[in-house]
Write a protein that binds this ligand. Structure first.
Ligand code: NIG
Ligand code: FE
Length: 401
């Protein structure tokens, strides 16, 4: 534990992207400082520089000669759910496609049935260890979506569970409009716009509204309708798009100034161009490619085209049971073609931008003092190791967690 005015020393290598969203070539421009020190005041970085010449501080914490990077930011999770998807998983590995399971009333719909039955306290208890795992892996800020509520009451319970967990973790809540009911979908979308979004906005239960725009979920027109309502209530917008089919969700989101478009496994030239020419962050989720055996999102092409790319775990029971953000980072190098430097930028400042946050993700004075001490002296371990113990200390607002 450390309070205000703490000087962290023993940093063999301090590595950080520049603050703010980085796009294209700039994603690989990291600042590397040898034998560095960080002065923390309150929960912010006050000063960074060479250890020789560091200012005096009330206390000094020697990290022991290791690499330090910014705390990682997970811009996409569904960490609140009840039930499990083990039977789905077994069916899928025997060859039944994810979308077919969903179309038959299983998949996301089975998680909805289990989640709708759970109380807020029950959901909190289920989500806590998942968030603890993500935090221990190095995720100092985590987005969490609703979306497994069958009805609006269950959606609100999910978001209340996130609100309770905000006392223990840095969470950014998102209202996810996930799959439509099997009948009465026009009324449902109308209800989302006229009841659910206003209620969520009034109670401050979400920072953004996300829609699953896909053949088996919501159409582009329905997504637009929901986005318009979100905007009317001053909520940011995000979308799950191009996971299986590029039906136009990416283009719509870029046009409407969404914070991010997430998935992109089926994106082609047109969608890449939309993202490269807009401010919308392209969030790739390599855990989904691994777990569902889907093609990987074209992150290499997105970066080459000049887009701002982020990486997330998409932690959820159906498509990505991935409880480690460093593993997502490492997979984005193998599966999506990012370089280690780009992947670090994608998991820090760009992930922050995907959440509309500008106060974290880079180690510079004025930013939140969220950082990771690694086990080794070279930060590239973070992108190299697949699992294992790369992170030795997780500091949130300058306090060891
Ligand atoms: O991000 N694609 C839609 N939603 C989630 C999966 C949810 C689930 O399968 O439970 C996703 O992949
Ligand atoms: Fe998702």
């Amino acid at each position: 534990m450390s309070g205000p005015d703490t000087l962290f020393t023993g940093i063999s290598q301090l590595v950080t992207p520049h603050p703010g969203p980085q796009r294209g070539k700039a994603m690989s421009e990291l600042v590397v400082m040898r034998d560095a020190a960080i002065l923390v005041r309150g929960d912010l970085i006050e000063w960074i520089g060479p250890e020789r010449g560091a200012p005096q501080a009330a206390q000094v914490v020697d990290l022991g000669g290791v690499a330090v990077v910014p705390g990682l930011i997970d811009p996409h999770t569904h960490a609140v759910w009840a039930g499990d998807r083990l039977a789905d998983f077994e069916a899928r590995v025997k060859g039944v496609p994810y979308e077919e399971i969903l179309a038959l009333g299983g998949g996301i719909r089975s998680t909805m049935r289990a989640t709708a039955k759970a109380s807020v306290e029950g959901l909190v208890a289920l989500a806590r260890p998942r968030l603890q795992a993500l935090l221990a892996s190095g995720a100092t800020t985590i987005e969490v979506k609703s979306g497994y509520g069958l009805d609006f009451g269950a959606e609100l319970r999910m978001l209340r569970a996130v609100r309770e967990l905000q006392a223990e973790f840095n969470l950014v809540p998102t209202l996810l409009v996930h799959v439509p009911p099997t009948s009465g979908r026009a009324e449902y979308v109308d209800g989302v716009c006229r009841e659910l979004i206003p209620e969520v906005a009034a109670a401050g239960l979400a920072a953004a509204v996300d829609v699953f725009c896909e053949r088996e979920a919501f159409s582009v027109d329905e997504t637009r309708q929901i986005f318009v309502a979100a905007r009317q209530h001053d909520l940011n917008i995000k979308v799950h798009a191009d996971q299986f089919h590029a039906i136009g969700g990416t283009e719509l989101a870029c046009e409407m100034g969404a914070l991010s478009v997430d998935h992109l496994e089926a994106s082609r030239v047109r969608q890449i161009r939309s993202l490269a020419t807009s401010k919308t962050v392209a969030t790739v989720l390599p855990g989904v490619s691994l777990h569902l055996g889907l093609p990987a999102a074209p992150a290499r092409k997105l970066v080459n085209g000049g887009a701002c790319v982020a990486v997330g775990t998409d932690l959820n029971p159906g498509s990505s049971p991935l409880f480690s953000l460093p593993l997502a980072l490492a997979l984005s190098v193998r599966l999506n073609g990012l370089t280690p430097a780009e992947a670090l930028t994608a998991c820090t400042v760009n992930a922050a931008a995907a959440l509309g946050l500008g106060d974290r993700g880079a180690l510079v004075p004025g930013q939140r003092a969220d950082f990771l001490a690694l086990h080794g002296e070279d930060w590239r371990d973070l992108a190299y190791a697949l699992g294992g113990n790369v992170v030795s200390g997780v500091f949130v607002g300058g306090v060891k967690r």
